[in-house]
Design a protein around this ligand. Structure first.
Ligand code: ADP
Length: 591
């Protein structure tokens, strides 16, 4: 049962317990101090005035005493009312100033000035700046009025002015209360600063902890994704080898399923890696010359099969101008956008068609602006969800995961990648009526058209004369690489680590070296540095390609001296293209 405080209990502690912050506590203390001092002053005035039989003063002091006693008790019972009490107290203070000047002393004495000063400071301290200014102006207005009308004011009863002793006591008490108010406020002010400093320290520590946690999450995801890619690499490689080994009819179906599943898994792992990169701002664009029309046709050939499996119409429309123009851009990132958008379109469409359209919307001597649109006749997206589906791990409806699966990563990555191309993605969709995703990218045109046209390389070259050295620590990957290269008539020397590659390079002449970046004994980064430092310039300049599983390492790769890189998982076609490029454009025979 709650016990209400006794009338004789004037302690402020309980009232202060109700206020959480030190500044509000200080405000209550200041108010209470002013009230207690005012009570004391009222008692002194009553005693003095009774002695001198100044009944008007007695009346006023008794009223003031009763009011202040009431305020003190209200504050003790209900500390949250301190703002209302401050207003009342300040208004009474202004009445006291007014009556002091115009009723009792008919001049501006020191006590009146002290009163005004107390109103000014307590209004600012207890109610803040806006009320501080209001009450300050109100408290000095009787003084201004007095200055204006002083010649017309005639004292009614001069005997009502308080005696000299009373005046001196009140003046001293006023000084004391002014000092105490300042002291209380600044004590609270310092305490507040200390509290804030403590909070800031805690906040900085929490931010550091959160950052550490985010970093370890990023590192964990990165490591686990890379670790997953290594065995997946082998599965993809072996599947590819099996598919090339004239499989029987009944095996072709199974191999197709295997190929489809491994590529799905690979794109999922790539998405996780990309989300990681997005979080650590490591996503960067490459600048490679290629033919956009050819490239999109290539990507869409696989997607067309996927659409056909679902009995969907797949329409690809590419502006003629793009057929004749090579551009400089990042094909890997572009394919990521198209794969995700078209993959979704196929996934969320049960009947009808998927239309991929590339139109040239602007064309100058050096640039070409292309509007990409991916449209479907699928389930559509409610307008309420148009913004949120681009957030990480977000799907349009709760039952989407159950019906269609998915991680909610694709569109978040698409949005970020499109932004990397200085563009933004737009969505037009209605539930049941299909969806359209659109964006425009401005590309720089490549100067020499046809230089990099992949079709130029389709007449398979004889690569058997190439002397290739490969360093790869994973035994299965070594085996697969050997078989893949044998398929294109290349017979490589394969070693297990960087040191062995360096030694092999010292003792032999190679047209190209492929180095895995992460190997025991000597990793790819250290090995290339050692190779570039070989005194025999022909060996030091050997064309060297890094095997990388990460798109974030490109800059670093070139910085340490690699000539090129090849993404893992490596397939036969990639290997062939790289070797043909070496043979065609970059191959400088070692003496
Ligand atoms: P996921 O497809 O893995 O769930 P995304 O980020 O690619 O993740 O897509 C997020 C959500 O946006 C999907 O779950 C789906 O609800 C909605 N969505 C994306 N593309 C389409 C589309 N073409 N048609 C209908 N809904 C779509």
């Amino acid at each position: 049962m709650a016990i209400s405080p006794s009338f004789f209990n004037w302690s402020l502690n309980k009232a202060l317990d109700t206020e959480p912050d030190s500044l509000s506590k200080a405000r209550i203390r200041i108010l209470y101090t002013i009230i207690l001092f005012s009570l004391l002053k009222a008692v002194i005035v009553i005693v003095m005035a009774v002695t001198d039989k100044q009944w008007l003063q007695v009346d006023r002091a008794v009223i003031v005493f009763a009011l202040y006693a009431l305020f003190a008790k209200i504050l003790l019972y209900k500390p949250t009312s301190f703002r209302i009490l401050s207003h009342l107290l300040l208004q009474i203070g202004i009445i006291v100033v007014f009556t002091n000047i115009f009723v009792y002393s008919h001049k501006i004495n020191m006590v009146t000035v002290q009163f005004i000063f107390m109103i000014v400071l307590s209004s600012f301290y207890t109610l803040g700046s806006a009320f501080g200014i209001t009450y300050s102006v109100m408290s000095i207005s009787p003084v201004i009025l007095f200055f204006i009308f002083k010649d017309n004011i005639h004292p009614v009863n001069n005997t009502e002015e308080i005696t000299q002793l009373g005046f001196e006591i009140i003046a001293i008490l006023n000084f004391l209360s002014i000092i105490l108010c300042h002291f209380l406020f600044f004590k609270a002010f310092n305490l507040n600063i200390k509290e804030k400093e403590k909070l800031n320290k805690q906040l900085l520590m929490s931010i550091a902890d959160a950052n550490k946690l985010a970093e370890s999450k990023t590192a964990f995801l990165s490591v686990i994704s890379h670790e997953l890619r290594t065995p997946l690499n082998s599965v993809i490689g072996v599947t590819e080898l099996l598919a090339q080994d004239n499989p029987e009819e009944r095996q072709i179906e199974n191999l197709k399923i295997l190929q489809f599943s491994t590529h799905e898994l690979l794109s999922l792992i790539n998405n996780v890696l990309d989300v990681n990169k997005m979080n650590s701002d490591k996503l960067v664009l490459e600048a490679i010359p290629f033919n956009l029309a050819e490239f999109i046709k290539d990507i869409c050939s696989g997607l067309r099969i996927k659409a056909k499996d679902k009995k969907l119409n797949f329409i690809l429309e590419i502006d003629d101008k793009l057929e004749k123009t090579d551009i400089i851009s990042d094909p890997t990132r572009l394919s990521q956008i198209i794969y995700n958008l078209v993959g979704n379109a196929i996934k969320f469409t049960d009947t009808g068609s998927i239309i991929v359209k590339l139109s040239c919307v602007d064309y100058t001597e050096s640039t070409i602006n292309v509007l990409f649109s991916v449209t479907d006749t699928g389930i559509g997206i409610h307008p309420d969800r148009h913004e949120t589906i681009f957030d990480l791990f977000t799907q349009a409806e709760l039952d989407i995961t159950r019906r269609y699966g998915g991680t909610g990563l694709g569109l978040a990555i698409v949005k970020q990648v499109v932004e990397l191309f200085n563009s933004s993605i737009q969505l037009k969709s209605q539930p049941g009526k299909g969806s359209g995703f659109l964006f425009t990218i401005s590309f720089i045109k490549a100067k020499e058209v046809g230089l990099v046209n992949t079709t130029a390389l389709t007449n398979k070259m004889d690569l058997s004369h190439l002397k290739i050295l490969i360093a790869e620590d994973n035994e299965i990957n070594r085996l697969i690489l050997k078989k893949q290269l044998n398929k294109i008539d290349v017979n490589p020397v394969i070693v297990e680590n960087g040191l062995m590659a360096y030694e092999a390079c010292l003792n032999g002449n190679y047209d190209a070296i492929f180095l895995d970046l992460y190997m025991p004994v000597l990793d790819g980064y250290e090995t290339i540095k050692k190779i570039r430092a070989i005194p025999d310039m022909a060996k030091a300049k050997t064309y060297t390609i890094a095997f990388t599983a990460s798109t974030t390492e490109q800059k670093e790769i070139f910085k340490v001296g690699f000539n090129d890189y090849l993404y893992k998982p490596v397939n036969i076609e990639n290997l062939r293209t790289k070797l043909e490029e070496i043979a065609l454009y970059k191959y400088k025979p070692a003496d």
